[in-house]
Ligand binder design. Sequence first.
Ligand code: SAH
Length: 490
Amino acid sequence: MTVYLVGAGPGDPGLMSARALELIARADVIVYDRLIPATALDGARPDAELIYAGKEGGGPSVSQDDINRWLVEHGRAGREVVRLKGGDPFVFGRGGEEAEALVDAEIAFEIVPGITAGVAAPAYAGIPVTHRDAASAVAFLTGHEDPTKPESALDWAALAAFPGTLVVYMGVRQLPAITERLIAGGRPATEPAALVQRGTLPDQRAVAGTLETIAEVGREAGIKAPAIAIFGPVAALGPGLEWFRRPPLTGRRIAVTRARAQASGLAARLRALGASVVETPAIRIVPLAGDAPDLARYDLLCLTSPNGVRLLFDRLAAAGRDARAFAGVRIAAIGPGTARALAEHGITADVVPEKFVAEGLIEALKDVPVSRALIARAAEARDVLPDALRERGAEVDVLALYETVAEKLSGDELASVAAADYVTFTSSSTVRFFLDAAGPRLQTSTRLVSIGPVTSETLRERGLAPHVEAERHDIDGLVDALLADATSEP
Ligand code: SAH
């Protein structure tokens, strides 16, 4: 039984430590704070108990006693407990108090340090907290309390005299009083100062001024918590050393309507570009029962989706067969995703069209001799491909491997649709099921992104024109098209 007090870093998920990720993946219980990276809990076990211990600014908050009690109770019950905190657990994180409570209860614990916001937020704004020429010392302090109160725990006169950089946590509200105190204590009013809000996150903002002006500069810019204030000559280095570029989809809310099991790749791509992604899966793939086909009877096998590849292999495996069943048959994949799924099984598709739609495949097969073809696909799909092959005199069997059914969206998921800047559609079935479930919630300002002409046509049939259609009809193409739309001048 061990309780781990773990730092999750300042916000950028890439700044979480390997040790933190490993412990999150193992934990039975995770007690987490508000200021942890948005994806910090993605790697948790599906059956892990997740307990929110956040303290909303001003709002109702969980008491420190409650948190200590939870850690002790779960630890005592023999569970692996991760107490996940923003930044570092021992830097203004009350980790010390939690460790003391565990010592008192004789529960074993470990500390996993994290990258603290007071170093990371300045770094992402190009401000080195120490510098050989400009600062040989740095002090971290909390600006939480009103410095004009006599009971203030901080000696502001001593801090004013501190020979180095001052880094202030939780200081936005008290900024006017803090800067006044420091000036009164003898720090030059002209000393460089900077504020970094939501440092390391895609919507990070930084402003610069002097000790005298920074409170007003911050107020005018609307800087809010969480923010770090930096006082000292190093604060002037920020503009020159600023390296952090805001990712291009920052501030855009994008709904992904793919099946939950497949949404993660697209969602991760969009998040990496700065978007806030809402997963509103409209469909679910339900495998259909059936025998494994005898592929040796065909000279052409057409696969029209990665799901089809996966489920065909499942059927073969259930019959005790493997990739050798594909020997001798020519294999056509509708697009690169399907070809990749085949490649994972060691099979290279013979034919992949330039346009990733049935019409493209028909064109690509134009000069390929076909006498017996098997098309493995969803139960409900267009018949252009079988029809075209039959017209050429081929015998065609269609093998339905799965059905696409509606996924039920939660109230929260439905509500998030109204706030979406973009909704992405990766197939006709996502269009149909999404509009059935969430159509009335769509705002007219929301831009609809379609993966290709077939999906666009389904949108039009429902009276909606796509604003963006991918040129390449796969996930990469869809992301490129959305990005181009989001970054073009209005
Ligand atoms: N243990 C945390 C600090 C918790 S106190 C750490 O080591 O970073 C909370 C304060 O941290 C906030 O009020 C703000 O001043 C600062 N903070 C946390 N995340 C931040 C971020 N991404 N950018 C700027 N400041 C941040």
